[in-house]
Design a protein around this ligand. Structure first.
Ligand code: PXP
Length: 237
């Protein structure tokens, strides 16, 4: 099992002030020092958190794997293919401007020209492509037909319902088994927290988890005392 750490929300805090801290490049290095196997960022069309310059800097600085999440927008696909070194992985996600976060998986169709074109361009640049999809067998079969090596299962339904029963966990397990059987690498993520991650991490077919919001949220508390202590020292001498 690999843990990829999504650092979008480090940039969210920076963009709230349009300043230069906190720096996602520093966050990526800290995550790697702590054992992250990869760094995930989502370059959204509206650039609400991660900026083009962050992706370019991360492509140079990340020592593990850069997993770039992106919608199938020609302009962003072009940027991904021009990164040097190329990111190891690109995860295509659906994107709606109004959404707070990625609310569901891609509605896959084999005839989707825009998606097929994005996959072809990314793969042509030597990038490993993954598709962010809901954990249904039919969608997984379409992902296979689209010729990608990997899928990321959206764990949002599980994250919303895990306290009330195990139906969503069962669906994830079934989907992971099927995907692996037909030759896809299985990733998962969205809404995973310190409280709900264990059962998903225990699904043997899943080899990569992408986790962001909960890690950055808890980092605030695990780092706040030290940050106040250092400022108090400066202010009070
Ligand atoms: N995977 C994908 C494809 C995502 O879009 C996101 C959210 O940006 C995540 C994983 C991480 O989700 P969370 O921030 O809820 O851990």
């Amino acid at each position: 099992m690999r843990l990829y750490v999504n650092i979008d929300h480090v940039a969210t805090i920076r963009e709230a002030r349009k300043t230069d801290e906190p720096d996602p490049v520093q966050a990526a290095a800290a995550a790697e020092r702590a054992g992250a196997d990869g760094i995930t960022v989502h370059l959204r069309e509206d650039r609400r958190h991660i900026q083009d310059a962050d992706v370019i800097a991360l492509a140079r600085s990340v020592k593990t794997v850069l997993n770039l999440e992106l919608g199938a927008h020609a302009e962003i696909v072009r940027l991904a293919t021009r990164l040097r070194p190329v990111p190891f992985q690109a995860t295509l996600v659906p994107e709606k401007r109004q959404e707070i976060t990625t609310e569901g998986g891609l509605a896959l169709r084999t005839g989707d020209r825009r998606l097929k074109d994005a996959i072809a361009r990314l793969q042509g640049a030597g990038i490993r492509v993954s598709l962010f999809i809901d954990p249904t067998l039919k969608t997984i079969d379409v992902a296979r037909e689209l010729g990608v090596p990997a899928i990321e299962m959206h764990t949002g339904r599980y994250a919303h319902t895990w306290k009330r029963g195990d139906a969503a966990l069962k669906a994830l397990t079934r989907a992971a088994t099927h995907a692996k059987q037909i030759g896809l690498a299985v990733h998962a993520g969205h809404g995973l927290t310190y409280q709900n991650v264990k059962p998903v991490a225990a699904i043997p077919e899943i080899e990569e988890l992408n986790i962001g919001h909960s890690i950055v949220s808890n980092a605030v508390f695990w780092g706040l005392e030290e940050a106040v202590r250092r400022m108090a020292q400066l202010v009070k001498g």
